[in-house]
Design a protein around this ligand. Structure first.
Ligand code: COA
Ligand code: MG
Length: 293
């Protein structure tokens, strides 16, 4: 995996329809941590060819000073489209390719071989991200996450809700098990995982609530569909200033305990062991990385 991808913040990851030149032009100016330049469901069948060429132009235009992680979403390996999606857009050197509707690790073979061949010919490396958006994809999430080229899972909650036949419920009760199962798979494989989209762009409170729900569940960030949703995701998937200050206190107390030859201490009534100090250090590092952006 590219070092840039290993450490990158992925709080807000914006879908940008590849067929819409206006959104493609605007996306690099926005505060999203990553862009998913889409060739799949937001692009009509008759617009696929033009969308591939638009996406390549956007990748070229942002290549020298990429402010964001750049990902191309390609059509699923069960379609006739994915190879042309790759052939046309890979010369733009995206950081990752997001494969839609992945249900088993076998489906990764075609895109993986293609990327492998290209890497041998050129000085280039590209990660694979996988969309988990069906019951079978959820059940096979661990095998998919363990594929050596896969560095991130992306929940496709709209497709998953449709297949499960469940309503859009603010508590996401019907999705809970699937979300948690897929998060466990990603964490067990040591890769990143992003929450699905919140489809109502006129419901900022609902968006904020769902971002915090995703952060509490353990997602690294959220996929978003509109510029107005970016700030909510950036805020929710980052420790607050108060949490960063608390993390600093924990670290100081634990370092002082270590200097006395002790392995545990108590901060504000709470037990602090090495694991809590590690967690505090990670939290602080994420907070500092976001401040530097
Ligand atoms: N990426 C970048 N820019 C976007 C954007 C996106 N996803 N969505 C909207 N914008 C831009 C518009 O181009 C417009 O720019 P301008 O102010 O320079 O004219 C501005 O933000 C305001 O857009 P607005 O008029 O409110 O939205 P819209 O009605 O044009 O579009 C959607 C609404 C939902 C159709 C659009 O946001 C969209 O296509 N989102 C992505 C959908 C997608 O990719 N789905 C697949 C995965 S779920
Ligand atoms: Mg989908």
């Amino acid at each position: 995996m590219k070092p840039r991808l290993q450490t990158a913040l992925l709080r807000s990851v914006l879908y940008v329809p590849g067929s819409n030149s206006k959104t493609l032009a605007k996306a690099p100016t926005l505060d999203a941590d990553a862009l998913i330049l889409d060739l799949e469901d937001s692009v009509a069948p008759e617009a696929k060819a033009q969308a591939r060429s638009n996406v390549l132009d956007t990748l070229h235009a942002t290549r020298d000073a990429p402010a964001q992680i750049r990902v191309v979403r390609i059509n699923g390996s069960h379609t006739e489209l994915w190879q042309d999606d790759l052939i046309t857009t890979l010369p733009g050197l995206p950081d990752a390719v997001l494969l839609s509707k992945v249900e088993s690790p076998d489906e990764l073979s075609g895109p993986n071989e293609y990327l492998h061949r290209l890497e041998q010919d050129q000085d280039f490396s590209c990660s694979l991200w996988a969309m988990i958006e069906s019951p079978l994809g959820v059940l096979n999430a661990l095998a998919i996450a363990r594929h050596p080229r896969v560095s991130c899972l992306v929940m496709g909650t709209s497709d998953l809700s449709r297949t499960l036949g469940i309503p859009g419920d603010p508590q996401r009760i019907g999705l809970r098990h699937a979300l948690q199962h897929t998060i466990l798979a990603a964490k067990a494989a040591g890769i990143r995982i992003l929450d699905g989209v919140f489809v109502n762009i006129r419901d900022p409170e609902g968006m904020i609530a769902e971002c915090h729900d995703g952060a509490r569940l353990g997602f690294d960030g959220k996929t978003v569909i509109h510029p107005c949703q970016i700030a909510a995701a950036n805020q929710a998937f980052l420790p607050s200033d108060a949490e960063a200050a608390q993390a600093r206190l924990v670290l100081e107390a634990w370092n002082a305990a270590r200097a006395r030859g002790e392995e545990i201490c108590v901060v504000d009534g709470r037990l602090v062991e090495r694991l809590h100090a590690d967690q505090a250090a990670q939290r602080l590092a994420r907070w500092e990385a976001a401040r530097k952006k």
